[in-house]
Ligand binder design. Structure first.
Ligand code: WT7
Length: 651
């Protein structure tokens, strides 16, 4: 984030109290919130135990709440048994069987309503198909599907039989898909022929075939959903159509009762090294987080229509599409398309059509839609809305105010929710009937979440405006359990800085005078493009894998819509770079990693600025990429002439 932006956020002093009309109709009243905070403060473990008994249907009740014996490998509700899909489906059937669970709108505007009874039947049928195709408890299935109900059905079906899913976002490339399949040693791949997004065909099966031709030896079966109707190759003995797989399967599938600590899913995310981390989540604790945060942060209740615009391929789509809303028995909207197709009022039109009451999206979408102008939201009433949410990256006050005024009509509280793939659910965020909000501020930690800001020595940073390392000082039920296959990396990455009880989020933060948190950005080599996390090392590895590239360094610079954009400094093996090669390299990165990773700019140079010990001076590259004046000390630079060259070649 640009220093100027941080400055403007720092000076922000507009405060919005929870609107009276909202408080009056809220399910969770200020006094209830107060009581939750108090209970959590009095007894951290007891608080979570009580919530777990209140919100989850246990097959076998737990007797132990938290097991810290092997910290930082924490266990919650460890001797309890449950099934997530039972909690998301079966327990609603008596009272809500006919209630709509999912209102699905396809890219081209077709609408399908799926009731809880129907969703239950479809999940059971697919779960039986999974079993018939050799998937069992503890086996991994990679799901590479568009944002359609079948993605949620596949996830819930895995949960039903105790299989572990690993969803890979449909925008990821063949090498990324292959790496994730290989790391998880997945037995099954669930994909589609293709689908349309924004009118454009996404050839999922082709990409999947490519991934499997380069690796993926562990895959025994590929289930293929017919979606786009395009011609695809089906490998006999390996590939089977979804509709054939479920043909003749019973819509009754008894849930597999699993231990609370049984892994529910793995989801890969970027870190500081080139290798994505398989974040492993639990069954009981994760489910509890999804339910509590939906109820607290969105005030979600029976008469709401909830809409999270994320894709199920991201953690947001796991917690706030597949699991949270269904576990709460809510009605939700699921959308296959993009916000600007066919026109930039698609979101707002859908809010009116489906009478959405809670709307949850990302700052990048808000900024992009804001750029299209006020006339698009103005075409629609938007009067069903009650709560607006945002997630994924810091939101600039200008976009926050626009969201509040143009979408929320100054009537809806905005919840700016800070959390991560690793945290499983919301962590620091306003509670809409209770917390005064402030543009650009994530305000305060939820009940039962012990967030703090520490200096390098581990001392709390208490001065308003002073920055430090954002940490969580007590384990929480919905935290990640480990990195798949790499417990050492888990320990080192998240608990290596202070001690085995202090989770280091990888973000820096500061507090304002009222004690509200502001997130400043990552402290590691991770960048945030349109709310999506990307390790600079991953992009560098992709670049050096190109035949003409000798060395590469990747940094980000602020971008008006995407939040951050990638600038890559590239050293060629021979010859000078030109526009054509730059464009080839940009496309190459997109092919290797996915379109999100495509660099905004490639700069060719003869060398990279390095310290005498050979470390690339990234901070300096960031300054150069932004076109800012270099004020850093460059006396340790091994090759000072490089600096001038890098600056001169900038556009
Ligand atoms: C990183 C986590 C959580 C779902 C989406 C992203 C940044 C997330 C906010 C926010 C400022 C935010 C942080 C965090 N981030 N939410 N409200 N304000 N920054 O999940 O891909 O795991 O990324 O996103 O830097 O560490 P993710």
């Amino acid at each position: 984030m640009a220093d100027s932006k941080i400055e403007s956020v720092l000076r922000e002093d507009r405060v919005f109290e929870p609107p009276q009309a909202f408080v009056e109709q809220a399910k969770l009243k200020p006094a209830d919130v107060e009581a939750l905070y108090q209970a959590a403060q009095d007894d951290h473990e007891g608080f979570w135990a009580e919530r777990a008994r209140e919100h989850i249907d246990w097959h076998k009740p737990f007797t132990q709440t938290l097991d810290s014996a092997n910290a930082p490998f924490f266990k919650w509700f460890t001797d309890g048994e449950l099934n997530v899909s039972y909690n998301c489906l079966d327990r609603h059937l008596d009272t809500k069987g006919d209630k709509t669970a999912i209102i699905f709108e396809s890219d081209d505007g077709e609408v399908e309503h799926i009731s809880y009874r129907e969703l239950h039947a479809r999940v059971c049928r697919f779960a039986n198909a999974l079993k018939a195709n050799g998937l069992g408890k503890g086996d991994r299935a990679v799901i590479y599907l568009p944002n359609v109900p079948q993605a949620a059905i596949a996830m819930l079906a895995c949960a039903r039989i105790g299989a572990i899913h690993s969803v890979v976002f449909g925008g990821f490339s063949a090498p990324s898909l292959r790496d994730r399949i290989d790391d998880a040693e997945a037995k099954m791949l669930i994909t589609a022929d293709g689908n349309y997004r924004g009118g454009k065909l996404i050839p999922l099966k082709d990409v999947a075939d490519k991934a499997l031709s380069q690796g993926g030896a562990s895959i025994e079966k590929v289930i293929v959903l017919k979606r786009s109707g395009t011609d695809v190759a089906m490998t006999s003995g390996r590939d089977i159509w979804w509709h054939d797989a479920i043909d003749g399967q019973s819509d009754d599938c008894p849930p597999e009762w699993v231990n609370a600590e049984h892994p529910l899913f793995i989801l890969y995310t970027s870190g500081s090294t080139g290798k994505p981390k398989g974040i492993q989540h639990s069954t009981g604790g994760y489910l509890l987080g999804a339910i509590c945060t939906c109820r607290w942060v969105f005030d979600l209740s029976d008469d709401d229509v909830f809409w999270c615009t994320a894709d199920v391929g991201w953690i947001t789509g796991h917690t706030y599409i597949a699991y949270g809303p269904t576990a709460c028995g809510a009605t939700q909207v699921m959308f296959e398309g993009v916000p600007t197709y066919p026109e930039p009022d698609r979101f707002w039109k859908m809010v009116d059509t489906h009478q959405v009451t809670i709307f949850y999206t990302a700052p990048t979408a808000i900024r992009a839609l804001m750029k299209h102008g006020d006339e698009y939201p103005q075409r629609h009433a938007l009067d069903s809305l009650k709560v607006l949410g945002t997630v994924g990256e810091p939101i600039n006050p200008e976009a926050w105010m626009w969201y509040r005024k143009m979408i929320g009509h100054d009537r809806c509280p905005i919840v700016d929710t800070w959390w991560q793939t690793e945290t499983g659910g919301h962590m620091i965020t306003p509670i809409p009937s209770y917390t005064p909000t402030k543009p650009g501020s994530v305000t305060r930690a939820l009940p039962g979440i012990d967030a703090d800001i520490l200096d390098e020595a581990g001392k709390p940073v208490t001065d308003a405006g002073a920055g430090g390392v954002l940490v969580i000082k007590k384990p929480w039920p919905y935290m990640l359990r480990t990195i798949w296959g790499d417990p050492e990396r888990y320990k080192e990455t998240y608990f290596g800085m202070y001690d085995a009880h202090t989770y280091v989020a990888g973000d820096s933060a500061q507090r304002d005078e009222q004690g509200n948190f502001r997130i400043l950005g990552r402290i590691d080599d991770v960048v945030n493009i349109s709310g999506h996390r990307l390790g600079t090392m991953e992009v560098e590895s992709a670049l050096v894998a190109h035949a003409e590239v000798a060395e590469a360094a990747v940094v980000s610079r602020p971008h008006e819509v995407k939040g951050e954009a990638i600038v890559a400094f590239v050293i060629l093996k021979s010859g000078e770079g030109n526009d054509e090669l730059a464009s080839d390299l940009r496309n190459w990165v997109a092919e290797q990693l996915g379109a999100i990773a495509k660099p905004e700019e490639i700069r060719f140079a003869d060398g990279l600025p390095k310290t005498r010990s050979g470390k690339i001076m990234r901070r300096l590259l960031r300054t150069v990429a932004r076109g800012d004046e270099v004020t850093q000390d460059v006396s340790t630079l091994e090759n000072p002439q490089i600096l001038e060259q890098l600056q001169a070649r900038g556009s």
